[in-house]
Design a protein around this ligand. Structure first.
Ligand SMILES: *Cc1c(COP(=O)(O)O)cnc(C)c1O
Length: 421
């Protein structure tokens, strides 16, 4: 038992599990996959080397991992309606790097959404590989509306002639118009990468339009709204299948993590079920209800609301900064992250915004009717009425325990009875 062989790590797992049980997780990139997904992550597939692809491995003993990978591919294709899927990327950033390797030369110009306007560091930040090996340009959102300005994207694209345009975001609460991006890319002879890491669960269930008909390449993490294990996949048109597979292995990775690929397969099958569709619907409705409830309490939201699982609270008319708010909310057990606003007057370490999302609380069971009360808990904490806030939070964490039915996870010692906040 881990408890006896390594009490230090066992203790940290126990404390982390208490933390997750007793806090309200509003970080939009985090989620809680099913106990089945988690248990497959600790299966014997973690022991197996399988460089290569099903039927073309560089190792013996691959008959079962081949079947696992083929199932993962089949299910992902069904889920997204894509021509070709590579299920091997270890993470979202590595999936993006494989796409770069497949379609760019060092020094090529690329155009992505600016990090401080909602983009991701792997879309051309100067200190990231994407900004070091390529020539990065950024489009921004309109500071007044908080919306992507497609005319600006086109203007920049015409000027800098990027070889790759990247759309997709980490902090954008509105529908992304993939068709508009595709027509800009076509106009300037660029390829289009849609990085849908945050919204792929919503895309799979029809709560956000799909980029599949429009983008040359699509990357997504599997652990955000898709609610699978940590990792990523790449979807592409058939014409790029060979180039993408070569770019993932041997281009940027060695042996695939077969236990993770097995867990991805399990998550994709779950995502094909009607229950996952209702889950995603609740994610979106919870998000807009929470945003509306906060507006009702006097807060402003970037772009005035949300179409997806997340939104950014604009604190410029409040006395607290993003960092203050993150710290204050963490003290009562509400976990968010500070976030720059479009045109933020404060630095990225301080910020004037906080980002909130509903994937994790919806997995716990929160329904739209809970959102006004949750908004009050946030508000009470921010105005210093800590006790009132804690009362509401305690009510919710008792009402919606994390993994309430998972005997297996409890037996492993990973999840425990709840303790008070
Ligand atoms: C989260 C995210 C990623 C990064 O995924 P990792 O698995 O952390 O490498 C990539 N792109 C976008 C848009 C993201 O939001």
């Amino acid at each position: 038992m881990l408890k006896d062989t390594d009490p230090q790590i066992h203790n940290l797992i126990t404390r982390e599990s208490y933390r997750q049980q007793n806090e309200i997780m509003l970080i939009p990139s985090e989620n809680t996959p099913s106990p089945e997904v988690i248990s497959v992550l600790s299966s014997v597939f973690t022991n197996k080397y399988a460089e290569g692809y099903p039927g073309k491995r560089y190792y013996g003993g691959c008959q079962f991992v081949d079947e696992v990978e083929n199932l993962a591919i089949l299910r992902a294709k069904k889920l997204f309606g894509a021509d070709h899927v590579n299920v091997q990327p270890h993470s979202g950033v590595q999936a993006n790097e494989a796409v770069f390797l497949a379609c760019l030369q060092p020094g090529d110009p690329i155009l992505g959404m600016g990090l401080y306007h909602g983009g991701h560091l792997s879309h051309g930040l100067k200190v990231n590989l994407s900004g070091i090996y390529f020539k990065p340009y950024a489009y921004q959102v309109d500071i007044n509306t908080g919306l992507i300005d497609y005319n600006q994207v086109e203007e920049i694209a015409l000027k800098v002639k990027p070889k790759l345009i990247i759309c997709g975001a980490s902090a954008y609460s509105r529908i992304i118009d993939f068709k508009a991006f595709a027509s800009i890319a076509q106009k300037v002879g660029a390829k289009l990468l849609a990085d849908v890491a945050h919204i792929s669960g919503l895309i799979a269930t029809g709560f956000h339009p799909s980029p599949v008909p429009y983008a040359d390449f699509i990357t997504t993490t599997t652990h955000k709204t898709l609610r699978g294990p940590r990792g990523a996949i790449i979807l592409c048109k058939e014409e790029y299948a060979k180039a993408i597979d070569k770019a993932v292995f041997p281009g940027v990775q060695g042996g695939p993590h077969m236990h993770t690929i097995a867990a991805k397969a399990v998550a994709f099958e779950e995502a094909l079920q009607p229950e996952f569709k209702s889950y995603c619907q609740n994610v979106v409705v919870n998000s807009s209800h929470l945003a509306q409830a906060l507006i009702g309490l006097g807060y402003s939201i970037v772009s005035g609301g949300t179409d997806n699982h997340l939104f950014i609270v604009d604190l410029r008319n409040q006395t607290l900064t993003g960092k203050d708010s993150e710290d204050i909310l963490a003290k009562v057990g509400i976990i968010v992250n500070k976030n720059t606003l479009p045109g933020d007057p404060r630095s990225p370490q301080i910020t004037s915004g906080i980002r909130m999302g509903t994937p994790a609380i919806t997995s716990r069971g929160f329904v739209p009717g809970d959102m006004p009360q949750l908004a009050e808990a946030i508000h009470f904490a921010l105005i210093g009425e800590t006790f009132k806030s804690q009362e509401i939070i305690e009510y919710f964490i008792r009402k919606y325990p994390l993994y309430p039915h998972s005997k297996t996870l409890r037996e492993f010692g990973y999840f425990h009875e709840m303790s008070p906040v």
